[in-house]
Design a protein around this ligand. Sequence first.
Ligand SMILES: [Zn+2]
Ligand SMILES: [Zn+2]
Length: 321
Amino acid sequence: MTRHLRNLGIQFQISLPLDGEGYLGRECPSTDCERYFKIKPGTGLEGENLPVHCPYCGHKGPMDHFHTQSQINYVTSVVERKVQNAVVRDMKDMARDFNRQTRGSLLSLSMDVKSSPVRLHHYAERELETNVECGNCTLQYSVYGVFAFCPDCGQHNSLHILDKNLEVIEKMLVLATSTAEELAGKLIENALEDCVSAFDGFGRELCRVHAQKAADPAKAEKVSFQNLDGAKANVLSTFGIDLSACVTSDEWAAAVRGFQKRHLFAHKMGVVDEEYLAKTGDPNAVVGRKIRVDDSDVRAVLQVIRKVAKHLSENLVEDVA
Ligand SMILES: [Zn+2]
Ligand SMILES: [Zn+2]
């Protein structure tokens, strides 16, 4: 009598629709967070029942705890429709039997079954701001903002984002070699400025993520990386890590000079002041004259930033494990 309903079983395999680029929406189950992100199924780690990491707060939990409310509403409506279809078909069978049995009786009755289908809760995944491919496990994911933990392997993407920014800066330097002199000079100044901004963004984020293991977490969240010697002193006092330990003293001095040149462009229209001379000992600079910056200044900074960033990242991550 309830053949269709019984055949339905009690477990359903329902695939969630992906967005136009193949991403699946996810939502952090932690009540302090509940933020939205997307992952691309088929990329990243392979295996059954792997946990998911929230890219924003780092909360770790089973995959099925990360469904969005829209997905839950959609799945519920699909199940309701399947159950409704089975019930209606069972009732139609009953009506057919009833009509067959009562056909030709003295008192003739006829039974009819009508229903309107359950409405499916369709939804669209949201547009996010940054697409990332994890450098560690190759998962492709998408987040609001820029910095994130990889939802598959949990690795923070700060070093990866820094590398991407530095690649763009190198392209600016290449472009400068084939551009008119005035524009080339501006491109090189901008490249230097971008180096410092990218490193500052990276360093601040890394310190924020690892603040809890610093001697003074509140101070760790405020470390600036715009001044290389200042950052070195602060990172040493908060985390006990010497940023300059991974480079030679000449490399460090060249990078400090690059950072101080950027300071002059940002705050002094590129004109040398006493502070610059005191901090760099630059023999080619004269107070009151414009500072010169060329391709080799930026490349010296790039080289040191890469090494220092890797050194800091490895030391902070090691501490966690
Ligand atoms: Zn979260
Ligand atoms: Zn990963």
